[in-house]
Design a protein around this ligand. Structure first.
Ligand SMILES: *Cc1c(COP(=O)(O)O)cnc(C)c1O
Ligand SMILES: [Zn+2]
Length: 483
C-alpha cells in the first residue's frame, strides 16, 4: 500500500536509489518517494537499493575522516550522515539530524580477560552515547529523513522501550511538526525508557499484552490511519544503522576486525550490519568481511532455535518459511511468551528474520544463546571495566564469552562487541543485582532464573558515626574492589 507520495525527488536521487522487495521471486521495485512497510505484492521485507554506478562513492574509506575537520556543518558532525555517500537516498536538504552517532569504540582489556580474549583484542562499541541513549538513533535519523521526504507527520512505533524513546526524542528535538505515537506492552518497559517517552511528550499507548502484540497492533493502526511506521521493518532505519559499522571501522583505522558481536531482538541491527558489509565489499572499500555473531537471550531464542537447531538458512533469498511457521505455531500452542531481563531483546517473532539470515550467510555468521545469569554477570563485568550498558547490551559480551569457551572465537581474534543501550536505561536490573536487597533480587532477577550475583558490588550500611565510617572504609577499601 502506498501511503503517501510527494512530488518526485530530484532525478539524480530518484534513479540512483530505490526500494526493492527482498523476495527474489517477486523483486518488485518502488521509488524512494514511496512508503511501504511490507511489499504490497507479496508482503515480504523491503530493502533500500542503490545504483552505485550512478553515485559518487569515495574510492577509499579514509576519505570520510576528512569531514571531521568540517564538523560545524551538521551533516558532517552527525556520525550517521558523515557517511551519507553510503546511504544516499535523501537529498541533503531533507536530512533530519540531531547530532546522533557521537559514539566511541573503547579498548576493553579488563573485559577481555573475562571473555577469555588476549589483551588488546576486545573493543566495546558504546552506542549508549547517542542522544536518546541507544543505537536506535542511528536508524531514527534516517527514517525521519524519509518521513520528511514523503511529508509524513504522525509517526508511530511499537517498542520494548528504546525505539519509543528515540522516536519521542526526534519528535521533540526537531521543529518539523512530527507527532510521536508509541505502543508499549503492559509492564514490559524499563523505567528509564518509559521516562523518556513521557518526558519528551509522546502519546503513549499501553496495550494489555507483550511486545509481539503491540507490534501487530501498530502495524494495523499504521495501515488503517496512514501513520508512518518507525519500527525496524522500515528499511530506511536500517540504512542509518549501517553507520555503526562505518564508525567501528573508522575507529580501527579502517581495519576489519575478526568478529562483530551484537544482541539480536528484532534483528534490525544484525541485518543492517550485514547490508553494510555486503555493500562495502561490493564497492571494493574493504577486502574481507568479519564474522557476525548474533546473541539471543535464552528466554527469547527464536533465531537460535531456527538457525542453530532447525537449520533455517538464507538459500538465496528463499529460506524454508514453513520451518518458521511451525516454530511459531509451537510457541502459540504451548503459550510460550518471550521472557528475559534483557527487555530490549525480549522478542519471539523478529520482524527482520529474513534479512538477518542474509547477513549471517554473507558474514559466515553464528548464533549464540545466553542465560539471564550470564547476561547479568557480563553486565557487571562491563560496568567494572568502565562502560555501562543495559542488560541487553551485555548479551553481546556474554555471547562472546560463550563463543570463546566453545572455541568458535580464538583468544587472538579481534572482537568488537556492541553495547547497544545506556546503563541508566534500566537501573532496576542493576540495583537488583548489586544491592543485596533479597526481595528486589528475587522479584526482578530470581524470577528470571538468575541465582547469584557473583560480581555484585554491595553497598555497605554503616551507622551515622564518624569512627564507624572510618573503620568501615579501612576494612573494605583494600578487599572490596572487584578484581
Ligand atoms: C533494540 C535494541 C536491541 C535489539 O536490536 P535489534 O535490532 O532489534 O535486534 C538490543 N539492545 C538494545 C539496547 C536495544 O535498544
Ligand atoms: Zn514482494
Amino acid at each position: 500500500m502506498i501511503q503517501q507520495t510527494t512530488p518526485p525527488a530530484p532525478a539524480s536521487v530518484q534513479t540512483a536509489a530505490y526500494q526493492q522487495c527482498i523476495n527474489p521471486t517477486c523483486a518488485a521495485t518502488f521509488g524512494v518517494d514511496e512508503t511501504h512497510f511490507a511489499c504490497p505484492r507479496c508482503a515480504d521485507l523491503i530493502d533500500v537499493v542503490y545504483n552505485w554506478d550512478r553515485l559518487p562513492v569515495p574510492d577509499r574509506l579514509a576519505q570520510f575522516q576528512t569531514r571531521w575537520a568540517d564538523r560545524h556543518e551538521p551533516l558532517n558532525f552527525s556520525g550517521v550522515w558523515r557517511f551519507r555517500d553510503l546511504l544516499p537516498f535523501a537529498p541533503p536538504e531533507s536530512i533530519v539530524t540531531i547530532g546522533e552517532g557521537q559514539t566511541l569504540l573503547q579498548p576493553a582489556d579488563k573485559v577481555a580477560q573475562y571473555v577469555g580474549l588476549n589483551q588488546g583484542r576486545l573493543w566495546l562499541q558504546y552506542e549508549g552515547m547517542n542522544p536518546s541513549g541507544s543505537f536506535k538513533d542511528n536508524g531514527m535519523t534516517a527514517a525521519f529523513t524519509h518521513a520528511r521526504m514523503v511529508s509524513a507527520h504522525r509517526v508511530a512505533c511499537a517498542s520494548t522501550g528504546n525505539t519509543s524513546a528515540a522516536l519521542a526524542v526526534y519528535c521533540s528535538a526537531t521543529d518539523l511538526g512530527f507527532r510521536a505515537i508509541i505502543f508499549i506492552g503492559s509492564g514490559k518497559i524499563a523505567y528509564g525508557k518509559l521516562a523518556q517517552a513521557l518526558d519528551h511528550g509522546a502519546l503513549t499507548i499501553q496495550i494489555v499484552g507483550d511486545f509481539d502484540d503491540a507490534m501487530q497492533r501498530v502495524r494495523q493502526v499504521a495501515d488503517r490511519l496512514g501513520i508512518y511506521l518507525m519500527n525496524s521493518v522500515n528499511p530506511f532505519r536500517l540504512e542509518g544503522q549501517k553507520t555503526i559499522i562505518f564508525r567501528i571501522l573508522e575507529a580501527l583505522r579502517w581495519e576489519v576486525p575478526d568478529w562483530i558481536v551484537v544482541p539480536g531482538g528484532n534483528l534490525g541491527n544484525s541485518s543492517a550490519f550485514g547490508k553494510a558489509f555486503i555493500e562495502l565489499k561490493y564497492l571494493g572499500l574493504i577486502d574481507r568481511v568479519p564474522r557476525l555473531a548474533v546473541i539471543n537471550a535464552s528466554g527469547a531464542r527464536t533465531l537460535d532455535e531456527l538457525v542453530g537447531h532447525r537449520k533455517l538458512a538464507w538459500l538465496d533469498g528463499l529460506p524454508e518459511m514453513s520451518t518458521v511457521d511451525s516454530y511459531y505455531t509451537h510457541l502459540d500452542a504451548d503459550g510460550i511468551k518471550a521472557s528475559t531481563i534483557a527487555s530490549a531483546i525480549e522478542i519471539n517473532r523478529p520482524v527482520n528474520l529474513k534479512k538477518c539470515l542474509r547477513a549471517l550467510h554473507f558474514c559466515g555468521g553464528v548464533v549464540q544463546m545466553v542465560s539471564d545469569q550470564e547476561i547479568m554477570d557480563a553486565k557487571a563485568r562491563v560496568g567494572a571495566g568502565g562502560l555501562g550498558g543495559e542488560p541487553a547490551s551485555a548479551a553481546s559480551v556474554a555471547g562472546a564469552k560463550r563463543l570463546r569457551e566453545a572455541g568458535v572465537i580464538a583468544p587472538s581474534d579481534r572482537v568488537v562487541c556492541i553495547l547497544t543501550g545506556h546503563q541508566l536505561k534500566d537501573p532496576t536490573a542493576t540495583v537488583a543485582y548489586h544491592s543485596g536487597d533479597q526481595d528486589l533480587f528475587d522479584s526482578v532477577l530470581g524470577s528470571r532464573g538468575v541465582k547469584r550475583a557473583g560480581f555484585a558490588n554491595r553497598p555497605v550500611v554503616v551507622a551515622n558515626d564518624l569512627d564507624d565510617i572510618i573503620r568501615t572504609i579501612a576494612l573494605y577499601s583494600e578487599a572490596s574492589a572487584p578484581a
